[in-house]
Design a binder for this molecule. Structure first.
Ligand SMILES: [Zn+2]
Length: 329
């Protein structure tokens, strides 16, 4: 047992029961200290707040973690983990699964299997037909129309870059989420990007805005916003074969999206979505903003902003493509 392992054991057996701590660190073998992570990737450990907030930094990357938080920041983009960051004397720890499924792919793809090819991209404009998605009565706007508009712009941009681009729908038609996924598999897509717009109830509409992206939750991890495992979390989905590449794709798109639009960064999140779980290629669902927000809602109506969103997604896909060829961030 190494020194960190011993410290975790002491913490779990002696300190945590005394504190009545609500934080479950888990088994020693399930965790990795951020000091070890720093050593592995040549990162300097800088405590911003003793035992609470830490920055791991080198010339290329900066990662910031905070105790009890489930998200961390990689180069100013928020990424959600399956478990919260915990504290042990002298270090913060994360789960090994979060290291393997999220952090390692984002820092170095060196040790992974050969990357998938990227030529055929399926764009999925969310909702359609009688499924209108979110509604803004004030702006007289349906989510289904916005998603199709952004998707058409994205198609053009990706085609200009030489990709072969297909759309699950190019008109106002209702398609089941699982059928969208099946169709992308039939068409042998190398990547699927599903476009959506968010909305919240009137009482929260002034507070909540920004962009977020979703990728498939790895097996035996809870999705973002869920604390415990459900039965569905214990099943390995077909799409989980692409966990590594999903992490890279998700990060690159979310990073580009919030930086190029200046929208609030709500992070890269995990969800077992029907449009993603049986996908035989990497896939992402992008929430391009909140139509319920008084300012962001109006922005989403503007052709310039829709173009900006499409451009940001397209640039994110290009960054992902570059990472497939050159796997060190
Ligand atoms: Zn939607």
């Amino acid at each position: 047992m190494n020194r960190v392992g011993l410290l975790i054991l002491i913490f779990q057996l002696i300190v945590a029961p005394l504190l009545g701590s609500p934080v479950r660190v888990g088994r020693i073998s399930d965790n990795l200290s951020l000091n070890d992570l720093a050593r592995r990737f040549n990162l300097k450990v800088i405590w911003l707040e003793k035992d609470k907030k830490v920055l791991l930094k080198n010339a290329q990357n900066s990662l910031s973690f905070e105790v009890n938080k489930r998200d961390f920041e990689l180069n100013d983009t928020t990424v959600y983990l399956g478990k919260p960051v915990c504290h042990i004397p002298g270090s913060l720890v994360i789960s090994k699964k979060d290291f393997e499924k999220t952090i390692k792919p984002l820092l170095s793809l060196d040790s992974f299997t050969p990357p998938p090819k990227l030529h055929r991209i399926v764009i999925d404009p969310g909702h359609g037909g009688k499924d209108v998605g979110a509604i803004s009565k004030q702006l007289r706007m349906y989510e289904k129309d916005l998603t199709l508009d952004i998707a058409r712009r994205l198609k053009k941009l990706l085609e200009e870059k030489g990709y072969n681009v297909l759309m699950t729908r190019n008109f106002d038609k209702n398609i089941d989420c699982e059928d969208r996924c099946k169709w992308a598999n039939q068409e042998k897509a190398d990547l699927l990007v599903s476009i959506h717009i968010n909305s919240v109830s009137q009482s929260l509409s002034r507070e909540i805005q920004g962009v977020e992206s979703y990728i498939l939750t790895p097996e035996s991890q809870p999705s973002t916003g869920f604390k415990t495992l459900t039965l569905a979390d214990k099943i390995k989905n077909i799409g989980n074969a692409y966990d590594t590449w999903n992490a890279v794709l998700g990060y690159d798109v979310q990073n580009s999206l919030h930086k190029r639009t200046n929208a609030q960064d709500r992070g890269l999140k995990r969800m077992r979505l029907r449009v993603l779980k049986d996908l035989r290629c990497p896939g992402i669902l992008v929430e391009c903003g909140f139509m319920s927000h008084p300012v962001e809602g109006r922005l989403l109506m503007s052709p310039d902003y829709k173009q900006k969103l499409a451009d940001a997604i397209s640039q994110g896909i290009s960054a992902y493509h570059r990472h497939l060829a050159r796997p060190i961030r």
